[in-house]
Write a protein that binds this ligand. Structure first.
Ligand SMILES: Nc1ncnc2c1ncn2[C@@H]1O[C@H](COP(=O)(O)OP(=O)(O)OP(=O)(O)O)[C@@H](O)[C@H]1O
Ligand SMILES: [Mg+2]
Length: 577
């Protein structure tokens, strides 16, 4: 893709302030046109200024001050305008990226690590947009200066100027080759940075295991390997980028020496004035600065573009979650699975196979089965956290793909195997997504058997729980999640080992709350504890993605099948987390 097209992709973000762009462009034009005025001033000064009386003394300082005043103001205004444009675009892009994280298709979380995502949203767009916009300004300003100075040179002496022009194709070639190399290095660098951030993320998460299993040496090795790779890449990228400046400067020097030699020869034959010659050489020398800056601009443009393109890819390539339009305020809670298959990847065995099953409104279903038999996958299908490979699922006789996602997801309260809390107050965590009703929060905490503990905290329900509620014990966190589910008061309740981290006593206490919660609600409950499973209306036994048995506890015990064997093994009681 050509540079213009690549830049054009960012128009929706950085092109929204046309007025500011015009001010910036005007600033650049004014700044550029003042450049040749400096050598142009030298000409009358040298030719006439030193002959007494032909030039008023005051004109020189006044013109100079005016010139620099205008030039400074133009630069100042365009710098400010540009910062406005950069930050405006940056803000819009960040918002879109974060919305993608909030609403985009969940496959993005399987494709990218959380450190890579935060890297893109927090750092890359910031660096990328500053680099890109600044270098675009430099490109415009220096390009215009170059044009203005070249115009002036042509006006003074076009033959000399043609010599300068001959160097340009060579400069362009050098820039092109080096830019390609820089681009591929920048890409590699992005991936290596992600990998490094990921190692840090993993080691922060697993800090206890690393210490307990003395895995430091291997982790340090991983980290060093990647850091070393980044060091080499940084060197390579500097080697490529830094070569650009001296190479273009050498070419400029060649042009300059040719010009001066030719000018000297010319002035001997044709009567060029001293003023004209000095003006020409001054303009020549002044042209080096914009050329040098232009030669340096391609590295930040390349890097900035690569960073922003990655951000854009997150927004553009993450599909939206597909959804229908069906909306229901409160579902009855009838669920039906029809020939549902789930396969996580083409190579792996299906996690759910040809599942046919229905659940009536208000029924309590217990799912049991050995680890990996597909229980979590099955319940994750309902709020569409996992997409089925084939088959259909109906909630209240409507295919879940026809439901609006917001409406569909509002029908479930979910207490999962992995409780996640946000770093906010207990009240905000319990009422997540809704406005805080303090009385209701207290009732729910009470029902989840957590109120005594919370009330003993210095700030009660306003206590901030910290990063993923690490200050709470595993069982307390689980009860907080139960309180959250109670607060939501949704028609369908899904409990995936919701009480696995509780001791027998608190489980019994929570059990009451759960019984209340299950009352008149469709409930799917995955549990290893017999006490929970026994009271279910129906027990569904799963094995390798298939339902092998269904029935009440008594029926299944009588049939003497896999449930009774599981039962004898204690339903595979889990070890508390
Ligand atoms: N995100 C995923 N990507 C790929 N495979 C997965 C994913 N989640 C689960 N699986 C696979 O699907 C199968 C069913 O997993 P699932 O989590 O549904 O089992 P489970 O019955 O809930 O087990 P457990 O009792 O241990 O929680 C397993 O073989 C597992 O390896
Ligand atoms: Mg599970």
């Amino acid at each position: 893709m050509g540079l213009i097209n690549r830049l054009r992709q960012f128009l929706p973000y950085f092109g929204t302030l046309p007025g500011t762009w015009i001010v910036v462009a005007l600033g650049a034009i004014v700044g550029a046109t003042t450049e040749p005025m400096i050598p142009a001033l030298l000409k009358p000064l040298l030719d006439r200024g030193f002959q007494q009386g032909s030039l008023a003394i005051w004109t020189v300082p006044v013109t100079l001050l005016l010139l620099f005043g205008v030039r400074g103001l133009a630069g100042y205004v365009s710098q400010i305008g540009l910062t406005k444009i950069t930050n405006h675009g940056l803000l819009a892009m960040r918002k879109d990226m974060f919305n993608t994280i909030l609403d985009g298709h969940m496959k993005m979380f399987a494709d990218q690590s959380s450190s890579a995502l935060s890297n893109t949203v927090v750092y890359e767009v910031q660096n990328g947009s500053v680099m890109l916009v600044n270098s675009l300004l430099s490109l415009t300003r220096n390009g215009l200066t170059l044009m203005a100075l070249t115009g002036y040179l042509l006006y003074l002496n076009w033959k000399l100027t043609l010599i300068v022009a001959a160097v340009f194709p060579a400069v362009a070639l050098v820039m092109r080759i080096l830019t390609r190399r820089l681009h591929s290095l920048t890409k590699t660098n992005q991936h290596a940075t992600d990998d490094l951030a990921y190692v840090v993320e993993e080691n922060v998460m697993a800090h206890r295991d690393i210490r307990l299993y003395a895995a430091q040496a291997a982790q340090a090795e991983r980290f060093n390997h990647l850091s070393e790779k980044l060091r080499r890449l940084a060197m390579k990228s500097t080697v490529a980028g830094a070569a650009m400046t001296p190479m273009t400067q050498m070419l400029a020097a060649v042009a300059l020496s040719a010009v001066i030699s030719v000018a000297l020869i010319q002035s001997a034959s044709s009567g060029t004035s001293v003023g004209e010659f000095v003006a020409f050489v001054t303009a020549m020398l002044m042209i080096i600065a914009p050329i040098r800056q232009l030669s340096e601009v391609s590295s930040p443009i390349t890097k900035g573009l690569a960073a922003l393109e990655r951000a854009l890819a997150l927004i553009k390539l993450t599909p939206a979650e597909t959804e229908g339009e069906f909306i229901k305020v409160r579902a009855n809670g009838d669920i039906r699975f029809e020939q549902v298959n789930v396969q996580y990847s083409p190579e792996s065995a299906p996690a759910i196979r040809a599942l046919d099953f229905s659940i009536k409104s208000g029924e309590t279903i217990a799912l049991v089965g050995s680890s990996g038999s597909g229980k979590t996958t099955l319940v994750n299908l309902l709020p569409r956290f996992v997409d089925m490979t084939s088959g259909r699922i109906f909630v209240d006789n409507h295919d879940i793909r026809e439901w609006s996602l917001k409406s569909l997801r509002s029908q479930y309260a979910f207490v999962s195997q992995h409780v996640v809390m946000v770093n906010d107050s207990i009240a905000a965590n319990v009422s997540l997504g809704e406005t805080i009703d303090r009385t209701k929060v207290i009732q729910c905490l009470d029902a989840a058997n957590l109120l005594t503990m919370i009330e003993s905290l210095p700030e009660g329900i306003d206590t901030v729980v910290g990063h993923n509620a690490m200050q709470l014990s595993g069982g307390q966190r689980q009860r907080l999640a139960i309180a959250r589910a109670l607060y939501k008061n949704a028609p369908i309740l899904i409990l995936d080992e919701a009480t696995s981290a509780l001791d027998a006593e608190s489980e019994r206490a929570v059990q009451n709350a759960l019984q209340n919660l299950m009352h008149q609600r469709t409930t799917l409950i995955i549990a290893h504890r017999l006490s929970t499973v026994m009271h279910a209306d129906r027990i569904v036994v799963m094995n390798a993605g298939e339902i092998t048995e269904t029935g009440t506890h008594q029926e299944l015990m009588a049939s003497n099948g896999s449930y009774s064997r599981l039962y004898q093994l204690g339903l595979g009681e889990p070890t508390p987390v």
